[in-house]
Write a protein that binds this ligand. Structure first.
Ligand code: GLY
Ligand code: MN
Ligand code: MN
Length: 432
């Protein structure tokens, strides 16, 4: 049995204190069309606390007055007919034997038994504002528990989001191992794709190549819908149509990362469809690359999360002035936010079980300081659409370079560095 999940339930117990309960729901299957659903992906919080990959389930983690922990899982019942059509179910016994819960229930027993589990608790935690239907059920169970137990202190209903997301924000050794593996799979896919792409290929063929390379190495699903954007499509930040021809002379921006054991990777590389950067493409690329390099250097303990952001804005603004795309003094342009016409998103985000992982970026007063074990993306970009008021030669160039950076006690480690970013290295790889 994997103790990683049981250890996390213990950490939840410590965070909640005595006489408390946490309720978390699994994901449900989502219809794609009649009789067919989208591929099932477990809810990240649910997975974090169980490693259990079935739908229609609920976790209850409970502490008693001495802070002793017990855990319960409500799961789909064993059922020969359903299992013949849809596959194995662990059932309540499996929840105990294979997933280490104190007790398993059939999911249809939830309404009957959960109010009894909650009675006597002083605090009930759930993810408030997260899943509407489940929130309604939790509110009903809390109400019933209050009626059952009128002699103890009132039950407070509290948001589990802050403590669960701060637990998830710092990754354990085991999580780091999984993320390293997933990041390497995706980096290798980018590297192989640079050798695969050719003029006149359709964007969706390149997308399919990435998905194949992810799956071949163990990441069956991408962590998010890949962006495969030839030429000016790169200037649409969330372009996912991926159905146009890749033209000779254009760049292609590919933002694609596989998911490995539910951990995301999130990589962007921008490379020339024909294997050779034009002068203008290279000039813009080098500005983004410098911002990427300097921002990564700022991802370290002792710094806070806004430092790479500010550095990337500074480098991109200076670079755009040098290229004649922006006109003015860097200081004034930064003050005006002139770079936002070309670099309109943030430099990065936490990454983990979710691509845009949970975890606060500030406590309301101060930006979050880096700690060893945090993982964030660094992904500066410049996007010059044909609607921009710039010299024709720059129009239609969109570049982003994105890596996944682990903060360590010594500084940081780039988990996705196997995919080249150096333009000479990219050209050499593409011509080999
Ligand atoms: N691939 C999504 C992002 O870069 O944030
Ligand atoms: Mn990202
Ligand atoms: Mn990305």
């Amino acid at each position: 049995m994997n103790t990683m999940f049981a250890d996390r339930r213990k950490a939840v117990g410590s965070a909640m204190g005595p006489n408390a309960c946490l309720l978390i729901a699994s994901n449900d299957h989502v219809s794609r069309n009649i009789h067919h659903t989208y591929s099932f992906r477990q809810d990240s919080y649910f997975w974090y606390l169980s490693g259990f990959n079935e739908s229609d389930s609920i976790i209850v983690i409970k502490t008693d007055s001495e802070a002793n922990l017990s855990s319960y899982m409500y799961v789909p019942p064993k059922d020969e007919h359903s299992e013949l059509w849809d596959g194995y179910r662990a059932g309540p016994k499996g929840a105990v034997d294979d997933y280490g819960f104190s007790k398993g229930y059939n999911n249809h027993e939830a309404d009957q038994t959960i109010p009894d589990l909650l009675a006597g608790c002083n605090k009930v935690f759930s993810l408030i504002g997260y899943k509407e239907d489940f929130s309604k059920r939790v509110a009903g169970w809390v109400k019933q528990a209050r009626l059952k137990d009128r002699h103890t202190a009132a039950i407070e209903h509290l948001d589990a989001g802050p403590f669960l997301s701060s637990l998830r924000r710092v990754k354990s050794e085991k999580e780091i191992q999984l993320m390293k593996k997933g990041c390497e799979i995706s980096a290798q896919a980018h590297k192989a794709a640079m050798q695969f792409v050719a003029p006149n290929m359709n964007e969706q063929s390149l997308e399919a190549f990435y998905l194949y390379k992810f799956a071949e190495q163990g990441s069956r699903f991408p962590a998010y819908t890949p962006i495969v954007a030839g030429g000016e499509h790169a200037c649409i930040l969330h372009y996912v149509e991926n159905d146009q021809t890749l033209n000779d002379g254009d760049l292609v921006l590919v933002d694609a990362g596989g998911e490995y054991e539910c951990y995301a990777s999130d990589i962007t590389r921008t490379y020339p469809v024909n294997g050779k950067f034009s002068d203008e493409q290279l000039a813009v690329y080098k500005v983004v690359l410098e911002a990427h390099k300097q921002a990564i250097e700022a991802v370290k303990t002792g710094n806070h999360i806004m430092q790479p952001q500010e550095i990337s804005e500074q480098v991109i603004t200076e670079g755009l002035v040098d290229l004649g795309i922006l006109d003015g003094k860097t200081e004034d342009l930064l003050e005006e936010g002139a770079h936002k016409n070309f670099y309109m998103h943030k430099v990065g985000h936490w990454i983990g079980l979710d691509t845009h992982d949970v975890g606060a970026y500030s406590d309301g007063n101060n930006f979050t300081n880096y700690e060893a074990g945090m993982v964030q993306t660094i992904e500066p970009g410049i996007y010059i659409s044909s609607k921009s008021s710039v010299d024709e030669k720059w129009k239609g160039i969109g570049v982003r370079i994105e890596d996944n950076i682990l903060i360590t006690d010594q500084g940081n480690e780039n988990l996705t560095q196997s995919a080249p970013v150096d333009p000479k290295e990219i050209e050499a790889l593409m011509s080999s």
